[in-house]
Write a protein that binds this ligand. Structure first.
Ligand code: URP
Ligand code: ZN
Ligand code: ZN
Length: 475
């Protein structure tokens, strides 16, 4: 018999509404939403005083990503488990193009992920070289359920494409119903500045930020928007980090260009000053943290709807990978940021965040009055699901949708940090932050997987999500 759960007496939050209702889960789906629902065969949970949210959709994570001779410390199990604890039930991970073909790269990545994932997941494809074979094989991506590609204007000699290649990738993506995602920085300027900094003996973490100027990101975002216009293709600019990028995005959107933007929590709170601390390597990611004015500009971008999503770019590394932590009862140590103690260019790029996103954004966004609860749901669940071809299966509370449901206690006070977050790493960017509001129960397709801090889930329970083509629905 189909298992049923009735969440009785909560307040539902969607991207457009907030209302008191019961929510009935039957099997893997939401079966009904309404007042005083009757379901005699359902297990009833009293959720009075709680909010009910759709499970978060994180459009930007990197799990088990090799970098600089090591690997990001959350794999597809530990990272998705951490996501679940933070109220996120869908993640979109990136496939590196590190096999001769796209197909082989996707197959190898899925083979790694499928046995481990603990929430549902989809894949973006990195296009990091451009030739006729790649252009032709891109047609296979929709068949594999991949409807987005990422291209890079930075990471010279490694991941970067030239502008003409990005233009061609955009046109090909449009033809195939794929959405192009852009890493917007100026690779050439970065290359010059890094060479100069090292020649002058500047090895400290803060030089990571000083060699990746904000104007390079602003210029690259505008260049990307202009390329998208010329290719008549939609574009999604990832990890936007400067106020100037928000200005550029607003300009492009006002001109009718099909361009959207994502930011990440770290760019809302931290600045280059954090990289100047003795433990500054903890904040190293690309693009880097900027200034308080950039933090403020990004918040404005969220408030005004210029930015459509908040992802995380979750890509954690240990701060000190020589010292084991305990993870599920076992000691674990993975080489991390210490690899660059004498040279900032050798510090693996990336920060933890997939589990932090919802709790931190709720307190700093909703509780502190910058975002409405509905904006919070739109930015963290509904918009990513719509943009990346998962709606209305994911990102929404509605009959027929997957029962990815979060019971959120708005009164729970949590002193946050590495012990609360479930990431497999040895630090947390929000250490000691006082949060108000936290997910207490998390359902993945009807199954309770987090219950008041207890893990009820398991590796492999997540499902691969074949996504729908991008149909031009720019938000
Ligand atoms: O530092 C970061 N963000 N690492 C992941 C790669 C990327 O560009 O998103
Ligand atoms: Zn990037
Ligand atoms: Zn990334």
């Amino acid at each position: 018999m189909t298992h049923k759960t009735l969440l009785r007496g909560g307040t539902l939050i969607t991207a457009s509404d907030m209302f008191a209702a019961d929510l009935l889960i039957a099997g893997e789906r939401i079966a009904a939403i309404g007042r005083d629902l009757v379901a005699p065969d359902a297990q009833v949970l009293d959720v009075r005083g709680k909010f009910i949210l759709p499970g978060g959709v994180d459009p930007h994570v990197h799990l088990d990503l090799p970098m600089f001779g090591t690997v990001s410390s959350d794999d597809h199990y530990t990272g998705t488990k951490a996501a679940a604890f933070g109220g996120t039930t869908t993640v979109l991970d990136f496939v590196p193009l590190d096999h001769p073909t796209l197909t082989a790269s996707v197959q190898a990545w899925k083979a790694k992920a499928d046995p481990k994932v603990a929430v549902d997941y989809g894949l973006h494809m990195n296009i990091t070289r451009w030739d006729d074979a790649i252009r032709d094989e891109m047609a296979r991506l929709p068949e594999m359920g991949i409807t987005s590609i990422k291209v890079f204007m930075a990471y010279n000699g490694r991941l970067r494409l030239q502008d003409g290649e990005i233009f061609q990738a955009l046109r090909r993506a449009r033809e195939l119903g794929l959405l192009t995602m852009l890493h917007a920085e100026n690779g050439d300027v970065i290359e010059v500045l890094v060479e100069e900094a090292l020649a002058q003996g500047h090895t400290e973490p803060v030089w990571h930020a000083r060699t990746r100027p904000a104007w390079g990101a602003v210029e690259a975002a505008l260049r990307g928007a202009a390329l998208a216009q010329q290719a008549q293709a939609p574009l999604y600019i990832v990890h936007m980090n400067t106020a100037g990028e928000v200005d550029v995005l607003r300009y492009a959107r006002e001109k009718g260009l099909p361009v959207m933007g994502e930011t990440c929590p770290q760019y809302l709170f931290f600045t280059e000053e954090h990289l100047a601390r003795p433990d500054g390597a903890k904040w190293i990611c690309s693009p880097p943290m900027r200034t308080p004015a950039d933090n403020a500009g990004l918040w404005r971008g969220l408030e005004l709807g210029v930015l459509q999503t908040v992802g995380t770019d979750h890509c954690p590394f240990f701060f000190d990978g020589t010292r084991p932590i305990e993870y599920e009862g076992q000691p674990v140590a993975i080489p991390g940021k210490e690899l660059g103690k004498d040279d900032f260019t050798k510090i693996p790029n990336g920060v933890p965040g997939v589990g932090d996103r919802l709790p931190v954004l709720w307190t700093k966004g909703v509780v502190e009055g910058r975002l409405t609860p509905q904006q919070f749901v739109a930015l963290t669940a509904t918009n990513p699901a719509k943009i990346f071809g998962l709606y209305p299966r994911k990102g929404v509370l509605a009959p027929g949708a997957d029962a990815d449901v979060v019971v959120w206690d708005p009164d729970l006070q949590v002193t946050y940090g590495v012990q609360v977050a479930q990431h497999r790493t040895d630090y947390n960017l929000y250490e000691g932050w006082e949060l108000t509001g936290f997910p207490v129960q998390v359902f993945l397709r009807g199954r309770l997987i987090v219950d008041h801090g207890e893990w009820l889930g398991q590796a492999g329970q997540g499902r691969y999500l074949a996504r729908q083509a991008f149909r031009g629905q720019v938000l």
